[in-house]
Each structure stands twice: as structure tokens, then as C-alpha cells.
Design a protein around this ligand. Structure first.
Ligand code: ARG
Length: 470
């Protein structure tokens, strides 16, 4: 039995005679954060040991000893009784050293035909795969919540905006369903990210492959991977799957942040469109009247760190020569942070949606105030044969006149309209909010019947996704 040489108790200590500097030991260690990979590390080691025995590289007795030892360690970590050690650097060495302490020589055989480089890549991919599944589930729950809220508010009208200026009336449901559409694309991105992550690096060894007759396909099958990484150098150094998650998460957070911004605006006295439930707002310690949209503000604020994490991961990678470099240890904290942040934001937004109440009367009044029906009145003229540019000009002049005189479209008589353009007839007076909404009767438009159809289609898509096996 080979013992580490004197002067070092490290599993890699054979060629060392001096101790690691204390600060370097701390600097080098990742156990404080990568302990989060313990279940994946143990799962990967069990699959590796099973394959080594099946290939006759270790005995079946050693395999059984190793697996029992790993399971005992997993139980200890689950129970919170495992003593993680900083001098054992990372999760891989903590578990391996504990295994050796527990079962001796059999444990010392586990690392045959394996390197920490392909090991950590495997663990991180397993973790990423599970995270993608959790995120997809949370995205689907949020999409369902948006559709439910849209259903509840099916008859609520509101002003649609461009440049944050009232533009044309829309249905609140249409607005909410726009977010469902964004989140459906996010779901697709995480599904694709999962597929790219789900490839096995083990077998690449440190960088060049290993000298044993291993069976990579068997390990891939045991761990639920779709295939094996084709190039050993790429296998140990590739963190594209991490960047995929950051990129998809950053965009999903941008979507959540845009919605959060609308919640914040709509909850102001200035807009007055919505009231937040007590469970989803907080008070001020000095101003007794305040009710703050903290949940939405934090979601908006947290999008910054997720975007930052994407930039961190890209920057960490861009200077690295092939193959593995220790830089890659820096992939984990930001990855965990992005996963945690996105998941909590998705869940808290899902919880908040059904608790929001809208001031439907105020939204309806705002929907046609400020000449929001001007496009409909110009369209009316154009449909009578007036070139649209002329119609636009005539209605523009009418708006200007109303503004000068302190009047709205509702105050105008047929004569007023005819003064603006001779093609106006009495049916112009029938143009109102409901007519304007119903008129946008094109696929993707805000006509109530189209919005209802779109919601049904979104529900069907969601149901099909949920029932389809991966
Ligand atoms: N803790 C390391 C990481 O997170 C594990 C791999 C280290 N490999 C090595 N040869 N030092 O990337």
C-alpha cells in the first residue's frame, strides 16, 4: 500500500516534501462551495467503480466495498455529520480521502482511470442537468400562473404603450400573455441547455484519455447521459454548458425584471393600476403610509447579478489554453448563484401573480383617454378610401384642435369630425374602446377572441410539453 510521502498528507502529495502555505491552502480550496456537488460526486464514483469492476480493472469485492463506503459517506453528509476538511481542498478529495480512511485499499483503487479533471466536469454536468430540470419546472409553473391571471382578467382593458406613452388600447390579458410567450422561449432555451450539458466527460482522464480498457458508454448509461464527449481535451476543459445556463438565465431574468418594472410602475399612485397584496409588499420604517413593491424591486435588482455571472463565466474562459486549468474552479459559485437566484425569482413571481388586484375601472378609463383611439379614427378614414397618410394628418389636426379647446374625442359631434375631413359619416361616433379592441382581429392581435384563442394555444403547448417525456 502506497502512502503519501512524509511531509504531506495530501492525496496528491507524493512528489511534495514541504507543506502548503496556510494562505495558499485556503486560497486553493473550493470545499466551502463545491461541497454542494457531493451527491453528484458520489453518484459518479459509484458508476465509475461499477464500470471498473465490469471491465475487470478492479475486483467485484473492491467495487462492493467502495460502493458501500460511498453510500455511508453520502448518509453522513445528508445527516450533516460529515467533517469537511479545508486541507482536503475540494469535494472530490474530501470524499476520496474519507473513503480511504473508511475502507482502506479498495478506496485507494477508485481513482484508477480517472482524473479530478474529468470527475469535476462530470459532477458539474450532473448538477447543471438537475438545475435545468428544476428551472424548466419553475418556468412552466410561472407560465401557468400568467395564463391563469390572464383568464381572470380576460375582460380588463388597459392602455398599450410605446415609448411609455399611451398608444392604443389593449387587453390586460394580451399584455400578460406576452410574458408567457417570453417564458416559453426561456423554457426552450433551458431544454436545449440541458441537452448540451447531458454528455459524459469521464474517460477523458486528465486530458488525453486513459490507458485502461474502460467502457465510457456504460458509465454514460448508468448516469443517464445521452452520450460521451468526443474529444478528451474538450471534455475536461469545456464549460460551454455553464455559459449556456448563464445566458439562458440572464435572459429569463431580463424578462422577470421587465415584468417587475411594470408591477412597480403600475403600483404607483401615478398609474394606480394595481394593488399589491400585503404578503408581497413591505412597509417603510419611517413613513407609515408606504407599501413598497420589494418583491418586484428585488427581482429587478437581482437580474444584475445573473447578467454579471454570465460575463464572469465568459471572461473566465476566454484566456484559457487547452485543456483543464484551475481557473475553472471559479465556474461554480457563480453557477450556483445564478441557479438559486433564478429559481427563487421564478417562484416568488409565481406566488405574487394571483395576489395582485387590478383597478379595472381606472385601467379602462386610461385605455381610451389621451386620444388612444386616434389610430382607429384614421383607419376609419382610410377604409373609406382616404390615403392613410392624409387620414393621419386630418386626425392629427383634430387631436391638436381638441387639445387647444380642452376637449376629447367623446365630446366631438359629427360636424366637428366633418370639419376635419369630409369623409367622416355618422358611424364614426360608434368607434369606442370595445370596437377598437375587437377590430384588431388578426393572428397575434388584441381582439378579445384572438386573445382567448392565443391563451388556449398557450395552454395546449404547455400541456403538451408537460406530458411529453424528455
Ligand atoms: N476543484 C477543482 C475544480 O473545481 C477540481 C479539479 C482540480 N483538478 C486539478 N488537477 N487540480 O475545478
Amino acid at each position: 500500500m502506497t502512502q503519501p510521502s512524509e511531509g504531506s498528507s495530501k492525496l496528491w502529495g507524493g512528489r511534495f516534501s514541504g507543506e502548503t502555505d496556510a494562505l495558499v491552502e485556503m486560497f486553493n480550496a473550493s470545499i466551502d462551495f463545491d461541497r454542494r456537488l457531493y451527491a453528484e460526486d458520489i453518484e459518479g464514483s459509484i458508476a465509475h467503480a461499477g464500470m471498473l469492476a465490469a471491465q475487470g480493472i478492479i475486483s467485484t469485492a473492491d467495487r462492493d466495498t467502495v460502493i458501500a463506503g460511498l453510500e455511508a459517506i453520502r448518509a453522513e453528509i445528508d445527516a450533516g455529520t460529515f467533517a469537511f476538511r479545508l486541507d482536503r481542498e475540494d469535494i472530490h478529495l474530501n470524499i476520496e480521502a474519507a473513503l480511504i480512511e473508511r475502507v482502506g485499499d479498495a478506496g485507494r483503487r477508485l481513482h484508477t482511470a480517472r482524473s479530478r479533471n474529468d470527475q469535476v466536469a462530470t459532477d458539474t454536468r450532473l448538477h447543471t442537468r438537475a438545475a435545468c430540470d428544476a428551472i424548466v419546472e419553475a418556468l412552466r409553473a410561472l407560465r401557468a400562473a400568467f395564463l391563469d391571471l390572464a383568464e381572470r382578467e380576460a375582460a380588463t382593458a388597459m392602455p398599450g404603450y410605446t415609448h411609455l406613452q399611451r398608444a392604443q388600447p389593449i387587453l390586460l390579458a394580451h399584455h400578460l400573455q406576452a410574458y408567457e410567450a417570453m417564458l416559453a422561449r426561456d423554457t426552450e432555451r433551458f431544454t436545449q441547455a440541458r441537452a448540451r450539458a447531458n454528455v459524459l466527460p469521464l474517460g477523458a482522464g486528465a486530458l488525453a484519455g486513459v490507458t485502461y480498457p474502460i467502457d465510457r458508454e456504460a458509465v454514460a448509461r448508468a448516469l443517464g447521459f445521452d452520450g460521451v464527449a468526443e474529444n478528451s481535451l474538450d471534455a475536461v476543459s469545456d464549460r460551454d454548458f455553464v455559459v449556456d445556463v448563464h445566458a439562458a438565465a440572464a435572459l429569463a431574468m431580463v424578462h422577470l425584471s421587465r415584468f417587475a418594472e411594470e408591477v412597480i410602475l403600475w403600483a404607483t399612485a401615478e398609474f394606480g393600476f394595481l394593488r399589491l397584496d400585503d404578503r408581497y409588499s413591505t412597509g417603510s420604517s419611517i413613513m407609515p403610509q408606504k407599501k413598497n413593491p420589494d418583491v418586484a424591486e428585488l427581482t429587478r435588482g437581482k437580474s444584475a447579478r445573473v447578467i454579471g455571472n454570465l460575463v464572469q463565466a465568459l471572461t473566465m474562459l476566454k484566456g484559457q489554453p487547452l485543456a483543464y486549468n484551475k481557473d475553472n474552479q471559479e465556474d461554480k459559485e457563480s453557477l450556483f448563484d445564478t441557479i438559486d437566484t433564478l429559481l427563487v425569482c421564478l417562484r416568488v413571481t409565481t406566488g405574487m401573480l394571483p395576489t395582485m388586484t387590478f383597478d379595472r375601472e381606472r385601467m379602462r378609463a386610461a385605455a381610451f383617454a389621451n386620444f388612444a383611439l386616434a389610430t382607429d379614427i384614421a383607419d376609419y378614414l382610410a377604409k373609406k378610401g382616404v390615403p392613410f397618410r392624409d387620414a393621419h394628418e386630418a386626425v392629427g389636426a383634430l387631436v391638436a384642435r381638441c387639445e387647444r379647446e380642452g376637449r376629447t374625442f367623446e365630446d366631438l359631434s359629427l360636424e366637428d369630425y366633418q370639419l376635419a375631413h369630409s369623409s367622416f359619416e355618422s358611424d364614426v361616433l360608434a368607434i369606442d374602446l370595445d370596437a377598437a379592441l375587437a377590430a384588431r382581429d388578426v393572428p397575434g392581435g388584441t381582439a378579445p377572441k384572438r386573445v382567448t384563442e392565443a391563451r388556449a394555444a398557450a395552454r395546449a403547448r404547455l400541456a403538451a410539453e408537460t406530458s411529453r417525456p424528455r
